[in-house]
Design a protein around this ligand. Structure first.
Ligand SMILES: NC(=O)c1ccc[n+]([C@@H]2O[C@H](COP(=O)([O-])OP(=O)(O)OC[C@H]3O[C@@H](n4cnc5c(N)ncnc54)[C@H](O)[C@@H]3O)[C@@H](O)[C@H]2O)c1
Length: 313
């Protein structure tokens, strides 16, 4: 099982995610069968792919002269059996309904040879309990982000029986597609990003419900703060710049604490100001670290202002 040898992929489900995932395979030079329930959906999917490729060409992410070659690699069909023929990798991107996924996996298990990896794009279903396949070692989640032809992240999530080879294969395949895979250690519902996003959603709903701020004010507040910082420092490194001692004090003022912070503060790992926190800054001075951060923040701010990002779309 070698990601370099994948010549043909099978994508089941041609909706919001599936059409674009199929496109990414085709862009990487891989033949791909795109399966859905009827011709109308497949026709719509093909039109969306053409439109996606045209935008990518506009931004020079795809040479315009290659579009027709890429399109020729995509083979839409309503027959799963036909689509599965000769596939070296299969991913289901069907509706987020356990029964639907279960049925598709049962079919894939019959149609795809045993050494073919079967992946799911579920947003959080425990596919490893839902899918009944003869060899659970070949099951894995590759969770893409919309729109897949633009967003680099794919969360790779192994189940309790997924083999190490399958994890390595999935990671390599995503890299071959030009994606940025992050491998979770084990299955946990909502993975990384949706887990974080769900907490944000709960907070937003509370603010709206209580009438503390309007939708426009919330978005402007987030875009004018987190929106500038997140692309540069993510969510964990942010603590290093706040100062882990301060974060702990803030927690305590709410009557809570956390062993991760207590331990780091006890060791004197307070973040950028001690050159060590969640990240190790290799002994660089605080001044040096902050200068590097601030150059990036200023570039980001300049760019966001230039593209009018603080105005609603
Ligand atoms: N939409 C997102 O932003 C997003 C992001 C990440 C993951 N996901 C996950 O991706 C999966 C698909 O989501 P979506 O937004 O593309 O949904 P969608 O409803 O747009 O597409 C699902 C497609 O699956 C097809 N389908 C259903 N049963 C089928 C079957 N038996 N055989 C073949 N095709 C079948 C449907 O006709 C439909 O076209 C879900 O598991 C979802 O949770 C979605």
């Amino acid at each position: 099982m070698d990601a370099k040898n994948v010549k043909k992929a099978l994508v089941v489900g041609a909706g919001v995610m599936g059409h674009s995932i199929a496109q990414v395979f085709a862009q990487a030079g891989i033949e791909v069968s795109l399966v859905d329930l009827n011709e109308k959906i497949l026709e719509h999917a093909t039109n969306l792919i053409k439109s996606n490729l045209s935008i990518l060409a506009e931004f020079k992410r795809v040479p315009r002269k290659e579009i027709s070659t890429i399109l020729r690699r995509i083979h839409p069909t309503t027959s799963l059996a036909e689509g599965a023929q000769g596939a070296d990798f299969a991913i289901e991107v069907v509706s987020e309904v356990a029964e639907v996924k279960k049925k598709v996996f049962a079919q894939l298990d019959e149609l795809c040879p045993e050494d073919i990896v079967l992946a799911s794009n579920t947003s959080g279903l425990d596919i490893f309990s839902i899918a009944e396949v003869k060899k659970p070692a070949r099951l894995i989640i590759t969770h893409w982000f919309a729109p897949p032809h633009i967003i680099p992240l794919v969360e790779v999530v192994p189940g309790p029986k997924t083999s190490g080879d399958v994890v390595a294969f999935a990671k390599e395949l995503m890299e071959r597609l030009g994606k940025r895979p992050i491998v979770l250690r084990e299955f946990v519902r909502s993975f990384i990003v949706n887990r974080i996003q769900n907490q944000i959603s709960l907070a937003v709903l509370e603010i709206l419900e209580k009438g503390w701020a309007t939708p426009t004010e919330i978005d402007l507040a987030v875009k004018s703060s987190l929106g500038i910082r997140l692309p540069i420092v993510g969510v964990v490194q942010t603590y290093d710049f706040t100062g882990l001692d301060l974060v702990l004090d803030i927690m305590k003022s709410y009557g809570v604490s956390h062993p991760i912070f207590e331990e780091k503060v006890k060791k004197g790992h307070l973040g950028a100001k001690t050159s060590k926190g969640f990240y190790d800054y290799g002994g660089r001075s605080e001044e040096e670290i902050l200068k590097k951060r601030d150059r990036l923040y200023l570039k980001m701010l300049d760019y966001l202002e230039k593209i009018n990002a603080f105005e609603p779309i």
